[in-house]
Design a protein around this ligand. Structure first.
Ligand code: ADP
Length: 564
């Protein structure tokens, strides 16, 4: 803009100067020609008056001042001509100036000169004797006039050029400066905004300011949106990878990087997806997706299970794909556990049922001797009790699975509950000559008393069941950092290290025959774990084979009772 204004100004000044110069040259030229003609006219009249006064005057003595001097008789033939090459035989009666002079006393004409290419001015005066006196002279041409003034013109032109440059430059700056100094920020932030330098610019500035505010808002919104999406994608537990049309990774999140064994998400960028996971099935799904088909597969990588979704993306001429990885490890394991659990349940139920059915059949068919019937009946009762235990434990576990176990928390004395549980199990302990001791003191806990009793019962019963005859079971009730600690220690057979981790699994038994013999269902510790977790607590087991086992339950919700 600045350049345009400058050029316009400079152009205008130059054009004006050129026009002025041309007008000056033309006017000077005309003035010069008029002066030359007037001089010839004056000279002709002077010489004519001399001839009229002295008719016998010798024309050779006449000083014509450099002009051509011709004396023409009324018939048109020249009597005298001071021009060196003049042809006196030529009849000049048809010359315009001659005709006018004969008729009106004076006459004039301008004719182009044949030799010089310039105009010749002719002026004629009729003398008293009837002859015509004519003076003629070649007039300065325009070019000649221009040549005279050219040096001065060039100097003036250069001076004007310099002035035009300076003026145009200053004017341009004077116009542009206020515009470039407009502070839109200030105009926007002040209620009383400073007026713009040119009133005409006000609507324009208002529009720009308005658009600027809109743009800022839009940019801020876009920035926040992008940030939100980035944060969401970055912190998503699910893996996300964006591929270009060739299968090259354009973007990926942290979870995807971890899934494919990379430390950072940028480690995946620009890799081809097939180099990241070399699996033919996976590769064929990527290919299908890049061809525009949505597909889905389950795949396993490093002990983890994923559901992978391949969504094609097509925008304008660009195609690509979004790969979404959902970690289904837990779901997969839960399903596997459920399958195992169902198989185990069927097996566990089938064994006592088969015994019951066979025994009952023997009695019914009369195959059992009358003296054996009481023993058979006891067997049926034993197996029925076992069935009842298994079914009760399964029901309890399914309640935990379905989160149907009531909270029903209320404060009660844990120590007193341990006392009553031990008392209930005392006959079982006496049978194996096992001594049960209880240490600690009255300690209140806010919990579900029925479930805690079940927990205590399971742990103490295990201490008895897996103990040696004459062994010991020690129950300790203590408090630690607001948690109630239940520790059940026995001097039993212990659990080998490899089994320790698995004893909380459903139906897991270190020695199945021993467990069954002692009426175990293999579900006791699984129920203990659920009860502890139901109270926000935890359970740990430590054991040494042939020395004994200690199970420690940590339950939050210890309540201090003010003494009555
Ligand atoms: P069970 O009904 O068979 O006792 P549990 O779930 O209570 O089922 O225990 C699982 C297995 O852990 C038992 O079969 C047993 O092998 C082992 N176990 C549990 N408690 C003890 C313990 N105190 N001493 C040794 N082994 C134990």
């Amino acid at each position: 803009m600045q350049r345009r204004i400058f050029l316009t100004f400079a152009g205008l000044i130059l054009a004006s100067v050129l026009l002025l110069a041309m007008a000056f040259v033309l006017l000077s030229y005309h003035a010069m020609r008029n002066n030359e003609q007037t001089a010839i006219r004056d000279k002709t009249h002077l010489i004519a008056s001399m001839f009229n006064q002295y008719p016998t005057l010798d024309h050779r003595t006449i000083n014509s001042g450099g002009s051509r001097f011709t004396l023409i008789a009324p018939d048109g033939l020249a009597r005298f001509d001071n021009h060196r090459d003049a042809d006196l035989t030529i009849n000049r009666s048809n010359r315009e100036e001659f005709v006018q002079a004969l008729q009106f006393g004076t006459g004039q004409a301008i004719r182009p000169s044949e030799t010089l290419g310039a105009d010749t001015f002719y002026y004629a005066v009729r003398l008293n004797n009837g002859d015509v006196l004519r003076l003629s002279r070649t007039l300065h041409s325009l070019g000649a006039g221009f040549r005279v003034t050219l040096p001065a013109l060039v100097v003036v032109f250069l001076i004007i050029l310099a002035i035009a440059y300076g003026v145009a430059h200053r004017l341009t700056r004077a116009i542009i400066k206020p515009i470039t100094h407009i502070d839109l920020e200030q105009i926007h932030s002040h209620d009383e905004s400073p007026l713009p330098p040119y009133e005409e610019l006000w609507p324009f500035i208002q529009k720009i300011t308005h658009q600027r505010i809109q743009l800022t808002h839009q940019l801020t919104t876009l920035y926040h949106r992008a940030e939100t999406i980035d944060t969401l994608i970055a912190n998503m537990r699910e893996g996300l990878i964006i591929l270009d049309g060739k299968g090259q990774i354009l973007a990926a999140n942290k979870s995807a990087a971890h899934l494919f064994g990379m430390k950072k998400k940028c480690d995946l960028i620009n890799w081809h997806i097939q180099h990241i996971h070399r699996d033919p099935t996976f590769a064929s799904h990527v290919k299908k997706c890049l061809e525009g088909t949505f597909t889905e597969i389950d795949f396993t990588r490093k002990d983890k299970h994923y559901n992978a979704f391949f969504s094609p993306v097509a925008q304008n001429d660009n195609n690509g794909a979004i790969l979404f990885f959902l970690d289904t490890t837990q779901h997969y394991k839960a399903q596997q556990q459920r399958r195992e659990f169902t198989a185990n349940v069927s097996h566990e139920l089938k064994t006592p049922l088969t015994t019951i059915a066979a025994t009952a059949e023997m009695i019914t068919n009369g195959m059992a001797q009358p003296q054996d019937v009481p023993a058979f009946a006891r067997k049926i009762t034993e197996q029925t009790t076992r069935l009842m235990h298994i079914i009760n434990d399964i029901i309890r576990l399914s309640e935990f699975d379905e989160s149907k176990v009531e909270r029903d928390f209320a404060p009660f004395d844990l120590y007193a509950l341990a006392q009553s549980t031990i008392a209930a199990l005392q006959p079982q302990a006496t049978e194996k000559s096992i001594a049960i001791t209880l240490s600690g003191a009255s300690l209140f806990i806010n919990a579900n008393a029925r479930l805690i009793e079940e927990l205590l019962s399971n742990l103490i019963e295990n201490g008895i069941k897996y103990n040696k005859d004459g062994g010991e079971v020690a129950v300790g009730i203590t408090e630690e950092n607001g948690c109630c600690i239940i520790a059940v220690t026995d001097t039993g057979i212990g659990i080998a290290k490899g089994h320790r981790r698995r004893v909380f699994e459903r139906f897991y038994r270190v020695d199945a025959s021993r467990s069954k013999k002692t009426g175990g269902t293999g579900l006791g510790l699984a129920i203990v774990k659920h009860i502890a977790e139901h109270h926000g607590g935890s359970v740990k087991i430590d054991s040494t084979v042939d020395v004994g086992t200690v199970v420690v339950c940590r339950l939050p919700g210890c309540v201090r009772r003010e003494k009555d």
